[in-house]
Design a protein around this ligand. Structure first.
Ligand SMILES: [Zn+2]
Length: 219
């Protein structure tokens, strides 16, 4: 990127790249299959299509406006751009993380809502829904995702992966990690032959949501 770009954009871009690399290092994505974005004013910085994250540097920044028009960089934005833009247009999000995390994607093929096996669901705003399948990169998928995200900060995409958002890249990333963990937990508990996991009810989750407002992170 050119020297004329404000420093804050450069910093935000490096944070986007660092978060994308972290998702690969933590095993939430394989290769270049996920994508990460951050909003700086009316600019959305987003990982490019098909470039390994370890090759991305300061000069590779890709930025689009909220209509998806490219306003920064030479590399093309991710094909999942419609998902990211739909979140920014509909919420106050400052960051979006999309992955194909294996346990979460497995659960997306099994249920329309992640069973309440743990109160960590409160971190995502309640029981996490699965958006109906539509091909990647389509407005249909973005629309299904928005429905599943109502009053939530994350959802599953059927036979595809996860989407979470937050006020910061760290928060959006943490929500993805918690969602993947939650799905792994349910798969583990529900795979015990002859047994069915006990679930929390809505009132028990509401109680945790209230407690979170006062005490920050759950214990
Ligand atoms: Zn995807």
């Amino acid at each position: 990127m050119s020297e004329q770009q404000p420093e804050s954009i450069g910093r935000a871009w490096l944070d986007v790249v660092a978060t994308a690399r972290r998702s690969a290092a933590d095993g939430l994505v394989v290769g270049t299959s996920g994508n990460v974005s951050a909003r700086v004013g009316d600019l959305v910085l987003v990982t490019p299509s098909g470039v390994p994250y370890d090759r991305l540097g300061l000069r590779d920044a890709v930025g689009v406006d909220l209509e998806g028009r490219q306003v920064l960089g030479d590399l093309g934005p991710t094909s999942e751009l419609p998902l990211h833009l739909a979140v920014y247009r509909s919420t106050g999000a400052a960051a979006v993380v999309h992955t194909h995390a294996v346990h979460a994607t497995a659960v997306s093929t099994l249920v329309t809502e992640v069973p309440l096996v743990h109160y960590a669901a409160a971190i995502l705003g309640g029981p996490v829904r699965t958006a109906a399948y539509a091909r990647y990169g389509t407005p249909e998928l973005a629309e299904a995702m928005l429905g599943a995200l109502a009053d939530r900060t994350g959802c599953l995409l059927a036979n595809h992966g996860t989407v979470t958002y937050g006020d910061t890249l760290d928060q959006a990333y943490e929500r993805t990690a918690q969602l993947e963990w939650l799905c792994r937990l349910w798969l583990t508990a529900s795979s015990v032959p002859g047994r069915t996991p006990t679930l929390l009810d809505a009132a028990q989750l509401d109680e945790v949501t209230e407690a979170l407002k006062g005490y920050g992170q759950p214990g």
